[in-house]
Every structure is written in C-alpha cells, then in structure tokens.
Design a protein around this ligand. Structure first.
Ligand SMILES: *Cc1c(COP(=O)(O)O)cnc(C)c1O
Length: 357
C-alpha cells in the first residue's frame, strides 16, 4: 500500500539509546533533559532564538490566542487544516474568512482590509504546504490596524523566507511535529516567538500557568512535550539532510512527469527556500479528481484530499461563500511523498494519473 505519507523512523536502537537516558534518570516529562536538548538543537538548526516544544501543533495555536488575550474577530484562511479554524472558535473568538489566492493557495492579502471591522483583533494565516503567505503585506496591514499576527506554520519545518527561518515572522508562529509531518516526534509541535515578555507568558501558559513550584503567573493549560517525544525528535535529527534530499528527488520526479500535463502544481513564493513538504496537484475538475483517486485506490495508492472541505463549510460555523477556496478544495489532491518511495512506484503513480486526466 502506498499512502500519501509514511512516517520516517530511525533504526529502533538509535531511538532506544536516547530513550535509555530517560530511563536512567527516571524522568519522563516536565521538561527533562531530552526535551531541552531537542529545543537547543532545533533552535540552532532552524535559526530561531526562542521556541517552546509542545505536545502537539494545535495547543500552540490555542495558547497563542489565549496569551495574546485575543477577543472578537480573527481573520483567517478557509484553506487549511481544521485546527486553524477550530482553535479560534475553541478560544471563543469568531473566525472571519478571507478567500485564498488560487496561485499560491495562501490567504489573499488584497482582501484582508475589507474584512477588518472594529471587532477584529488578529490575523491567523497558514503558510499552506510550506508556502509562505504574503508576509510583508500582512505585516503592513497588521501595523496599520494594530492587529496581532499568528502564523500556523505547521507545514514549515526548515522553510526560510528572505534568508531567515519562517518561524521568525509574525507575533507568534507554530509548527506541528505530528508523525505525518516532515519532522516529527510522534505527536508534537512547537511555538516560536521573538518578544521576550510574550514568550514568557506563552511559556507559563503551556505549563498550567506555573511561574514557580508553588506560584502562578495566571491561567494555563498542559501542553508540555514528554521525554518520549523528545527522544523521537533527537533520534531523527541526524537524518534531516537525508529526509530533505529524498523528498526533493520525489518532487523532481513528479515535476518532470507532469510538466506538460493538464494539472497545476504548487507555485512557491519568491525569496523562499521551500522544504518539499507536500505535493498538491490541482486538477481541472472534481470529476477528474474522483476519477484519478478511484484508479489510484484500485492500485492500492492513497493520495489525500488536502484540504477538504474548505473550512468555511465546517458544521459549527455559519456558512459564507469562499469561491476560490471551495473550488481548489474540490479538485486538489496531495500525492504520496515520503522517504523510500521507489522510482517504479512513482512511475506507476504518474502513469495512472496522466492516463486519467
Ligand atoms: C497538522 C496541522 C495542524 C495540527 O497539528 P497537530 O500536531 O496534529 O496538532 C495545524 N495546522 C495545520 C495546517 C496542520 O497541517
């Protein structure tokens, strides 16, 4: 079976060697040595000053909204994973959708100003498939209207924009280390923030609000990463180059196969060093998508409809039309992309798709 992704795992002994350190110390969580070491290594690898490792990639979004004390309306994208929108709603705010650019699949920055009201407090946008939003324009709008900016950068491990980590942009950026993501800790995630005071507040928020064993800074929740997760992350670090190289080979194969075909592939924004995280193809119609998907499934190949449905159609929200997002969502398919996909498998995937366009 060929799935859209396959979790990269190091040799089990390597994970166990690192895990042994947790066994020896008897310390399984509450920011033990492994989580701290993972944070140190990731900060230098990614080129960020401050990060907090967390237990998944959704809590950082919720904690960011909470710590920034956001209320009212938050402008967001309808083309993302459900966690982007649900975090806003979960925190008692109202998601206000702004449609996407079909070209880049990110929020259409030219439509943001029209959606701002006196209740708007923030913009929460997703760098979709690792492709940056219009960061510079969004920053200008946020300054003009005094809005906070949170980036859901769940897909962005290793992405740089204008020669620095994409996690350095916005008031807060978040990442997911879920096992379907390029770098993972089983479940896991992180939050990035360059402002010292905000960072401290975010940090306390992720640990029940404690600012000492017997004292509290304020309200908090538990989003701590465990040592088991830390060990998984550390055991993957030596393989990062391999992971990027192998994924790039798969993408080169697809690009070559599809260059004269009736489908469109992801256009990466200029000044971006991309991370080969996903391979979405936008087909000419949903009918074609269903046909292609069916044929691939018959051959035990399972691409995924990322993202579907468009988030403005979520059952707990009042529906508003989002023309571009709904159209893209109806005909986008993410193709298998992982370390270990063979040339024969890739050739078969491409052949089946091309025959059915
Ligand atoms: C994966 C993902 C999340 C959630 O991350 P988890 O680690 O699964 O909680 C949030 N946003 C986007 C865009 C994602 O793809």
């Amino acid at each position: 079976m060929i799935n859209v992704t396959k979790t990269f795992l190091p040799p089990q002994e390597e994970y166990q060697d690192i895990l042994k350190r947790a066994w020896d110390s008897g310390w399984m969580t509450n920011r033990g040595v492994l989580v701290k070491e993972l944070e140190q290594q990731l900060k230098s690898y990614l080129g960020v000053n401050q990060m907090i490792a967390m237990t998944n990639g959704t809590l950082p979004l919720q904690i960011a909204i909470k710590a920034l004390n956001l209320k009212g309306e938050i402008i967001t994208t309808p083309f993302s994973y459900v966690a982007t929108t649900s975090s806003i709603f979960w925190e008692g705010c109202t998601p206000v959708f702004v449609d996407i650019l079909p070209e880049y699949l990110t929020i259409d920055e030219t439509k943001i100003e029209a959606a701002i009201t006196d209740k708007t407090t923030a913009i929460l946008a997703t760098h979709v498939f690792g492709n940056p939003c219009a960061i510079d324009e969004i920053e200008i709008i946020a300054k003009k209207y005094n809005l906070k900016v949170i980036y859901d950068a769940a897909h962005c491990f290793g992405v740089t924009y204008k020669e620095q980590s994409i996690f350095n942009y916005g008031d807060v950026s978040t990442c997911s280390f879920h096992s379907t993501k390029l770098f993972h800790t089983g479940e896991g995630g992180a939050l990035f923030c360059n402002d010292e005071d905000l960072y401290n507040s975010l940090y306390y928020h992720h640990n029940f609000g404690h600012d000492g064993p017997l004292s509290f800074f304020g309200l908090g929740i538990n989003a701590k990463m465990s040592e088991l997760q830390g060990a998984m992350g550390l055991s993957l670090l030596p393989y990062l180059n391999k992971i990027f190289d192998e994924r790039k080979k798969v993408i080169d194969f697809y690009n070559e196969a599809f260059k004269n075909q009736n489908l469109s592939t992801l256009k990466i924004r200029p000044k971006t060093n991309w991370n080969f995280s996903y391979y979405p193809v936008v087909l000419d119609s949903e009918a074609t998508l269903l046909k292609v998907e069916k044929v691939l499934n018959v051959h035990n190949i399972y691409p995924r409809r990322y993202f579907y449905p468009s988030l403005n159609k979520l059952p707990f929200l009042e529906y508003v039309t989002m023309e571009n997002s709904e159209l893209v969502a109806s005909k986008v398919l993410c193709l298998p992309l992982y370390v270990g996909l063979t040339q024969d498998e890739l050739a078969l995937i491409c052949k089946l798709i091309i025959e059915n366009l």
